[in-house]
Design a protein around this ligand. Structure first.
Ligand SMILES: C[S@@+](CC[C@H](N)C(=O)[O-])C[C@H]1O[C@@H](n2cnc3c(N)ncnc32)[C@H](O)[C@@H]1O
Length: 277
């Protein structure tokens, strides 16, 4: 991982997938008020037309190549490669060897982030996603990438799964395009931070709106608190264009790379979802 010149992995991967997606039609929406989590499109899959909501990930993962063609080819998503490149820059700066990383990939989806890490010879990558369909898609499309992939809810881990995860001695947590909306909540992020070792690298992306002072998702308050209490030390904070919306507007996210400096305090771990806003 000496330089930052790797091409995004999805292009190479898409040429190898047996995609059944013939066509994607983005609706002609004039209003810019369409919320990001309500976007949809029509797709032709093996000769049949289907309407897909962007946040119905279980359906998207079930169709090989749709995730890549829709979000990456059509809407210009670049988040996995951007955040992994940023992490790579920091590792080089601190003289850390990327091959020694043991990564927990939270909200791993069909493995786009794992693919970027794998291309950089990261030693061990364990994926977690709420959806069984995500695990199946990662195994189908990127079988060599993950050492293990668990379809579990991080906030309700069975004891033996939690013990297994702690036993991995993760030294890196990564979560890309998965925080906020109805996906990963602040309480799940707190739990994930608790599962990785002190001194771990933490790399994440989040929609910039969720970090605004007035936002009530709970992420702005949480990140501020973690930083203030020196649990996280932010090393890089970069605004970037995650992708375009269906109206053609850029959607800006923040890519953040930090170090975990201290254990997550018990009071934070005991927080209820309603306390985090
Ligand atoms: C937009 S996808 C991002 C996938 C991948 N990180 C990427 O960059 O392509 C968000 C993922 O987060 C997962 N997710 C949502 N809530 C979750 C939770 N509580 N725990 C784990 N994964 C979750 C979803 O199932 C979905 O696969």
């Amino acid at each position: 991982m000496g330089s930052t010149t790797l091409e995004p992995q999805w292009r190479r991967r898409l040429t190898r997938l047996r995609s059944q997606v013939d066509q994607i039609s983005i609706p002609d929406i004039v209003s810019r008020e369409m919320p990001q989590d309500r976007e949809w499109c029509d797709v032709m899959v093996a000769g049949k037309r289907r309407r897909i909501r962007f946040h119905d990930y279980h359906e998207i993962y079930g169709i090989p190549g749709l995730y890549e063609k829709l979000f990456y080819e059509k809407l210009g998503c670049c988040s996995p490669s951007r955040v992994v490149q940023l992490l790579e820059e920091l590792l080089v700066e601190f003289g850390d060897d990327p091959r020694a990383l043991r990564v927990l990939d939270l909200g791993a989806g069909n493995g786009m982030v794992g693919d970027e890490l794998y291309a950089r010879q990261v030693q061990r990558i364990v994926g977690i996603d709420l959806l069984r369909e995500a695990k199946e898609a990662a195994g189908r499309d990127r079988p060599e990438v993950y050492h293990n992939y668990l379809a579990v809810d991080l906030t309700e881990l069975p004891k033996e799964v939690e013990e297994y995860l702690r036993g991995q001695r993760f030294n890196c947590l990564i979560t890309v395009a998965a925080l906020g909306f109805n996906d990963i909540a602040p309480t799940a992020l707190i739990k994930a931070l608790d599962l990785v070792d002190t001194r771990s690298w933490v790399a994440l992306t989040i929609k910039e709106d969720f970090l605004r002072e007035q936002d009530d998702s709970g992420f702005a308050t949480l990140i501020r608190q973690l930083n203030r209490d020196e649990i996280l030390q932010i090393q890089a904070y970069r605004r970037f264009r995650h992708r375009f919306s269906i109206t053609g507007d850029p959607l800006f996210y923040i890519a953040m790379v930090a170090r975990k400096l201290a254990d997550v305090p018990e009071a934070l771990l005991q927080r209820q979802p309603e306390d985090t806003a």
